[in-house]
Design a protein around this ligand. Structure first.
Ligand code: MN
Length: 451
């Protein structure tokens, strides 16, 4: 019976840089190399773990930053894999569709690119034995509305079949292949759906057929938080016997919430107390880093994760809750906010991994006592009613957009953003209404205090 391993990766986005505001020397080096490092780590684990092939389910290159260096780097990795007899099966996604210049140099012959005109099939063989069959179809242009997976017709002949698909996995979607997990699961010949496009790792279905998104190996901004990587899959015959997540990011974006109403900060009188508290959190985050190179697949599978050493965390400190510190923080203003961030950046720079403060976001409120709440309950209720109307009624939202001005838009396809506009997504709307509510209450309390 055949027995083999492969890595399922996607959305490498070679060529893109990490979004870091005013980086220091160390961060600026990571900014440039982290995306490449993550892919190199994947290839190295692949070699260590003796995989037979590597799948890339679309968006190997980043659309705006495809370049000669990225292409040469990819070729170097392919050649290293070729030396070990490992083939790569690559799908072109919406960021690297085949109608654009795809590569500047010839690729080695262990790289197979799927055509955009029809579904291509490849047989993976080792020493004359067929291990697996892989089917896929690339994007021709940056949008693909065809249900290309409907043409994935494969024999059911005891060979492990893999379908490669770059999709948003939404049935009404017109840009990134309309599909539902149930549509895919209906294809009885396919054992494993290697998906790409969604940047967060997700095991959509954990039984035959398995449907999985590996996520982006290296995040590039706060929209892509936490550790990224790829799946390592071990197969016997047509059965998956092991599946483990290879976490390879060397930089992790993370929002850390600090609650000023917590036990530790409730009594805090000055910003020093807050600063000390944040530094202690940063320190324990750095110390919790025990990433090491995985010894073997058994170990990876036992932990279900192979954590690679992290070089830096990029942190957004979200300071929230109600408490005494609110008044001090409010008085800081924007200048004070960046001053506080600058101080943290300095004080946390010595840790390894580096704890890099990206910014501080203030979402605090004054302490609300029971009496206060009782006094203003009718106003709070009115505001809550008005706010819920805003969420339920599209026309009220449009009115709000008109009020905000023409710089704002509701259109929010993250893959096709107009970066010259502000986007009123649900999260932003919630922040707006929360702080509006807070502001009204504060004014009321101030006025009551004046009387
Ligand atoms: Mn994509």
């Amino acid at each position: 019976m055949s027995h083999f391993r492969f890595i399922h990766a996607a959305d490498i986005h070679l060529g893109s840089l990490l979004n870091i505001d005013r980086p220091n020397k160390q961060m600026s080096s990571l900014q440039e190399r982290a995306v490449y490092d993550a892919f190199e780590r994947l290839c190295k684990i692949g070699i260590d773990q003796d995989i037979d092939f590597l799948l890339i389910a679309g968006d190997l290159y980043d659309s705006d930053s495809k370049n000669i260096y990225a292409n040469k780097f990819f070729i170097r990795m392919c050649n290293e894999l070729k030396d070990k007899g490992i083939d790569l099966y690559v799908l072109a996604g919406n960021h690297d569709p085949l109608n654009q210049q795809w590569d500047y140099f010839d690729l080695p012959d262990n790289v197979k690119i799927f055509s955009a005109d029809q579904a291509d099939q490849y047989l993976v063989e080792r020493e004359g034995q067929v291990l697996a069959r892989i089917i896929g179809q690339s994007y021709k242009s940056k949008w693909e509305s065809r249900r290309v997976y409907e043409g994935f017709e494969l024999d059911k002949d005891g060979i492990f079949n893999i379908g490669l698909l770059h999709t948003q996995l939404e049935s009404g979607d017109k840009k990134y292949i309309p599909a539902r997990a149930t549509d895919l699961a209906k294809n009885e010949a396919i054992h494993y759906w290697a998906l790409g496009h969604i940047h967060r790792p997700q095991l959509i279905r954990d039984q035959d057929p398995v449907i999985a998104y590996p996520g982006i190996p290296q995040a590039r901004d706060f929209g892509e938080q936490d550790q990224g990587g790829a799946y390592l899959v071990e197969v016997r015959g047509t059965r998956i016997v092991k599946m483990a997540y290879l976490a390879v990011s060397s930089v992790i974006y993370k929002t850390v919430e600090i609650d000023i109403s917590s036990r530790e900060l409730k009594e805090a009188k000055t910003l020093n107390d807050l600063e000390d508290h944040i530094i202690a959190i940063g320190q324990s985050l750095a110390e919790s880093q025990t990433g090491k190179w995985p010894a073997d697949l058994e170990e990876i599978a036992d932990n279900n994760l192979a954590q690679q050493p992290v070089e830096a965390y990029i942190i957004r400190w979200l300071i929230k809750g109600r408490g005494q510190l609110h008044k001090l923080l409010k008085d800081l203003g924007q200048e004070g906010e960046s001053e506080l961030a600058e101080g943290l950046r300095r004080q946390l720079a010595g840790f390894s991994p580096l704890i890099w403060t990206d910014s501080i976001q203030l979402r605090t409120g004054m302490p609300i006592t029971r009496e206060l709440e009782a006094d203003y309950q009718h106003i709070i209720d009115m505001m809550d009613q008005a706010i819920s109307g805003l969420y339920e009624d599209q026309s009220q939202q449009n009115e709000l957009l008109d009020l905000l001005g023409r710089l704002w838009t509701r259109q929010e396809d993250p893959e096709d953003r107009d970066y010259l506009k502000f986007h009123l997504d649900d999260k932003t709307l919630k922040q707006m209404t929360d702080s509006a509510k807070q502001l009204v209450l504060e004014k009321l309390v101030d006025r009551a205090g004046d009387q």
